[in-house]
Design a protein around this ligand. Structure first.
Ligand code: NCN
Ligand code: DMD
Length: 351
């Protein structure tokens, strides 16, 4: 399934950009005056191939999994919180539930590797294993498990698409996953770990150097080869990050626009782009997270996020908050009058 999905990802159709520009310049506004909303809708046209693109209803998928590296004391919260938060998602009480309801999204929660039995109806159980191994001691997972976790994500994106979703938001929940994400980013970029680690759920500044040492030690022990992204993923985890990368691949193969959330979501996007560079054309970036590694990941992907709200929650919350901008960009194109239809005189450039 992974090979088929990779083969199905076509580059976005840049030839539609000129048609989109003409349409935008005919709308009753000075050309370019709606700024980045204009480039957003242009991107949505090139992604979907539809000259009148739609992003509603959006689909939100939250992947949850545990991380063996949590036993190194790298998070402010205990590992059990992952399973407890999944129960909270199922009950509708987490931040992402609130924001998903606000934007009319279909929300799916997928257990791809929680270390325990999750309580709560409506959680899709697609568990590959009960948490990753501690990557300081051994590979987080096998290559086969990494592939299976990616395929969990591909299947989930397929369900959102088949349910009629027109834009995909992918969130995550996993105690210690900022450690896994920083390790992946350091391995894929060659950047120094000290530049990439952050407080995650809120560890003390004094524990940051311990977190960096844990990652540095693991990189020496695991020896990830940046030219082998699947192997890097297997060595450093995590299961939800693999599933997120898979969901991006699955969405891109279906020409669905993807609104990328925070730090972990962006590292997963980097993994997906290393597996299939054409995925980059389907990505829009919602916000700049507080996690310092996010800046580096965004830079590597040449991405400029829409919002900067000092968020550091994950779950897909930043993307859900940015989604109304995408909806507004689509409505601008489909609902605004043109100079000709409204009888408004055009300026020097509009015709
Ligand atoms: O999305 C982000 O930018 C983000 C930044 C910091 C923390 N988080 C969330 O916090 C958890 C990971 O933090 P930690 O400290 O346990 O590594 C995980 O469940 C993420 O969803 C998310
Ligand atoms: C309570 C809590 C909620 C979260 N949501 C995403 N990551 C999280 C981490 C914690 C600790």
């Amino acid at each position: 399934m992974l090979a088929d999905t990779l083969a199905a990802i076509a580059p976005v159709d840049d030839t539609l950009a000129a048609t989109a520009q003409t349409r935008l310049d005919n709308l009753t506004k000075p050309p370019g005056s709606l700024g980045r909303l204009e480039s957003l809708v242009q991107s949505l046209i090139c992604m979907s191939g539809d000259i009148v693109p739609r992003v509603s209803p959006p689909g939100v998928i939250v992947f949850a999994a545990d991380h063996g590296v949590a036993e190194e004391g790298v998070s402010a919260f205990p590992q059990e919180v992952t399973a407890q938060m999944v129960t909270n998602f199922a009950a509708g009480g987490a931040a992402i539930n609130v924001f998903a309801r606000q934007i009319g999204a279909r929300l799916e929660v997928v257990d791809v590797g929680v270390n325990g039995d999750v309580e709560g109806e409506g959680v899709v159980c697609d568990k590959v294993r009960r948490g990753t191994a501690n990557f300081c001691r051994e590979d987080a997972m096998s290559l086969a498990e990494a592939k299976r976790a990616i395929e969990v994500g591909i299947r989930a994106a397929g369900r959102s698409h088949d349910a009629g979703c027109r834009c995909l938001i992918v969130g995550e929940m996993g105690i210690a996953n900022t450690t896994s994400s920083s390790a992946l980013l350091a391995a894929l970029s060659g950047l120094s770990v000290s530049r990439l680690v952050g407080q995650g759920t809120g560890i003390d500044i004094s524990r940051l150097s311990h977190k960096a040492e844990v990652i540095e030690g693991a990189l020496v022990a695991r020896k990830p080869d940046p030219a082998q992204p699947l192997e890097v993923l297997a060595k450093l985890g995590g299961l939800e990050i693999a599933a997120m990368a898979g969901a991006y691949l699955g969405a891109a193969a279906r020409r669905m626009p993807i609104l990328v959330d925070g730090f972990i979501a962006t590292v997963a996007a980097l993994v997906a782009c290393r597996l299939a560079p054409a995925v980059r054309g389907y990505l829009l970036f919602a916000h700049r997270s507080c996690e310092p590694g996010h800046d580096a990941a965004l830079e590597l992907l040449e991405a400029r996020p829409l919002l900067d709200l000092q968020l550091r929650l994950g779950e897909g919350t930043g993307a859900a908050l940015a989604f109304p901008l995408l909806e507004a960009a689509c409505r601008m194109l489909s609902e605004m009058a043109t100079f000709a239809s409204a009888g408004v005189a055009s300026g020097d450039k509009a015709e």
